[in-house]
Design a protein around this ligand. Structure first.
Ligand SMILES: Cc1ncc(COP(=O)(O)O)c(C=O)c1O
Length: 389
């Protein structure tokens, strides 16, 4: 059997999967010396030492065994307290499932809700994995595009409400959004919640960047305005706000009715999240508010340098992000963002993500993750300036 014949025996869903365009550029850049990598969504700063210490202590003192499917009771309780403190949301532990990453939380939400052929509505530009896991489950994803107007991203609420039809099963929204930084307002959330309630549509809110909101301690959350019986799933992660990308830890908040089903699904995916990682998560939630404040102040400096540099480049249209840690900017005349990111990589040794990775409407754009110290960004912009001016 040839390799091709072998691949043709894999499931149709796997054969339909698209390779990540971010990876397409990054895989090449990672083989080159001297590249400033701004392609992935992670910060340059290490995990706070308190979190690392908690994991080490747990490895030394705790059991090295399988853990409950839905997560350690103490971490579920810590998430409940976190939701109360930061979102004014009463989320009993029955509503909380611990997941080995935000990505796994998204996949669990897709496995929980989506049947082949279901209509799913999302917002574009969008981190491709969000819709990717729903497509893997056979759902049909339709996107409503954000528009860049007067230097900010805007959502056409009429277009979105019109897309959320009677036969829509799920609405997925990532706010603050990767790649654009666009963030839903409370007023928009209220209208959307009301509409989805009326039509029985599930809302899946990817809240992974909730704390990296530039205008307040936390971004507006559906959890604050919803009732426990609403068809709402909030997906969260320790990766970004606690600088824990490599740890793989996150959580879901769902209606309490989903607890058992999520336990079963977890059993068949990963069975559980490692105990020492969960212990580290408890420390993150209970002791690391000062670390989040410090990260946000570093990010604000990085944002300033980024906004100033990109706004001064004649070929660039900079669009102000409300949250997350990306600049998603349009470049005049750019119509093949993969080729352009590749050219920039070779010409300047700065690694960017191509806009086309974030959906059709992302073509013409590039994404730069600015979660880097100011001197690294200044070096990157000095290299990019001749190319983008
Ligand atoms: C919007 C969004 N959601 C979810 C994730 C997943 O985060 P993780 O799997 O690291 O928890 C990411 C990571 O980049 C993201 O950008």
């Amino acid at each position: 059997m040839s390799s091709q014949q072998m691949l043709e025996t894999l499931s149709q869903r796997v054969q339909a999967m698209q390779a990540s365009k971010i990876r397409e550029v990054a895989e090449i850049g990672m083989t080159m010396d001297g590249v400033i990598p701004l392609w992935f969504g992670e910060g340059a700063w290490p995990t706070p030492a308190k979190i690392v210490d908690a994991a080490v202590k747990s490895l030394q003192n705790d059991a090295h065994t399988y853990q409950p499917n839905n997560g350690l009771p103490a971490l579920r309780q810590a998430v409940q307290d976190y939701c109360q403190t930061h979102l004014k949301a009463a989320c009993s532990t029955h509503r909380i499932t611990i997941t080995p990453s935000g990505m796994q939380g998204l996949m669990l939400s897709a496995q929980l809700l989506a049947n082949p052929g279901d209509r799913v509505v999302s917002i574009e530009p969008n981190w491709p994995n969000i819709v990717g896991c729903y497509e893997t489950m056979g759902a049909n994803v339709h996107s409503v595009a954000l528009q860049a107007k007067n230097g900010v991203w805007q959502l056409d609420m009429n277009a979105l409400i019109a897309a959320l039809t009677n036969d829509t099963k799920i609405f997925i929204v990532n706010s603050p959004n990767n790649p654009s930084g666009w963030t839903l307002t409370v007023e928009e959330q209220k209208v959307l919640l009301q509409h989805c309630r009326k039509l029985g549509i599930w809302i899946v809110a990817d809240d992974v960047y909730a704390r990296l909101y530039r205008h307040a301690s936390v971004a507006p959350s559906f959890l604050t305005i919803a009732e426990p019986e609403d068809r709402l799933i909030s997906v969260n992660s320790f990766s970004k706000s606690w600088s824990m990308t490599g740890w793989r830890l996150g959580w879901l908040v769902t209606p309490p009715e989903c607890e058992a089903a999520l336990g079963h699904l977890t059993e068949f995916n990963t069975s559980c999240t490692s105990r020492f990682i969960q212990q580290a998560g408890i420390t993150a939630l209970q002791e690391c508010e000062p670390d989040i404040a410090q990260l946000k102040s570093q990010l604000e400096q990085s944002y300033r340098v980024t906004a100033d540099a990109l706004s001064s480049m004649s070929q660039v249209e900079f669009i102000d992000p409300d949250g997350a840690f990306y600049a998603f900017f349009r470049v005049a005349g750019l119509n093949d963002s993969v080729a352009s990111a590749m050219n920039i990589l070779h010409a300047t040794k700065v690694g960017l993500a191509p806009g086309a990775a974030f959906g059709k409407t992302g073509e013409g754009y590039l994404r730069l993750c600015y979660a880097q110290p100011v001197d690294v960004l200044e070096d990157a912009f000095n290299r990019l300036r001749p190319y983008l001016s």
